[in-house]
Write a protein that binds this ligand. Structure first.
Ligand code: 5RP
Length: 235
């Protein structure tokens, strides 16, 4: 069995605290993707087993599997209506709750579900908090058709937005291109630093072939942070 790291413990703390502070009986919930969200979903499963009543939908096929494994029934996103709350993790988050997401290639469904919710709370360990976005490669989801054309236009848009020395790569795993839950490719943009995230988010989404990008500048209403010293706080 893999040894639990301090970071894993901090992620779990965030998951427990968000349940304590934000999840209430009868809510309609969006369940995020990634290891932090999956720790949270497993914890939530214990509360559901103890009688907490929720209506849930998720942001990825992987999270569907985790939720079902811990006994959380799922509702189709087309049937659930407006959600009360979505809880999801970032790859990077600044203190105004601007984020880069999509490290797990789930950004499109994550953004759809975040916007389907009255409130979104981000859960993370403290290592995800940054002064400036951009050290983590920014994922952009593109349709497979003519993806190299989209890639070229993405590079131009990044340069137009002051991102110097842009390098982009199509995400690969085991020598094969990663294909998202919606059947698209991911272009990872190595930006180093992104200054006007809101403007860049809109500009990237205006490129034909781009389905969505991993800048989340309007979604999160707050964050619950797990710290490496064993404490957690709400911000
Ligand atoms: C998936 C995501 C994840 O939420 C993000 O990558 C955070 O993952 P983790 O909790 O494993 O660090 O955006 O597309």
């Amino acid at each position: 069995m893999m040894q639990e790291t301090e970071q894993d413990r901090a992620k779990k703390l965030a998951g427990r605290k968000v349940i304590e502070e934000f999840v209430r009986d009868g809510m309609k919930l969006g369940l995020g993707s990634g290891t932090t969200s999956h720790f949270f979903v497993r914890e939530l499963g214990k509360h559901v087993a103890d009688g907490l009543t929720l209506t849930c939908t998720t942001t990825s096929r992987f999270t569907n599997d985790v939720a079902r494994e811990v006994g959380i029934e799922l509702t189709d996103p087309n049937e659930i209506g407006e959600l009360d709350l979505t809880i999801d993790g970032p790859d990077e988050i600044d203190r105004e709750f601007n984020m880069i997401k999509g490290g797990g290639a789930c950004l499109l469904w994550e953004k759809i579900i975040a916007h389907a919710s009255k409130q979104m709370i981000t859960i993370c360990d403290e290592t995800k908090i940054v002064d400036h976005l951009g050290a983590f490669p920014l994922p952009v989801e593109v349709v497979q058709f003519a993806w190299k054309q989209s890639d070229r236009l993405i590079k131009n848009a990044l340069q137009d937005h002051g991102v110097a020395a842009v390098e982009t790569t199509r995400r690969m795993r085991d020598d094969k291109p990663v294909v998202t839950d919606s059947g698209n490719f991911i272009i990872d943009c190595h930006c180093r630093r992104i200054d006007d995230a809101g403007r860049l988010e809109a500009a990237l989404n205006a490129i034909p072939g781009v389905v969505e990008n991993g800048l989340f500048t309007r979604e999160s209403d707050g964050m619950v942070v797990g710290c490496l010293d064993g404490t957690a706080y709400v911000s």
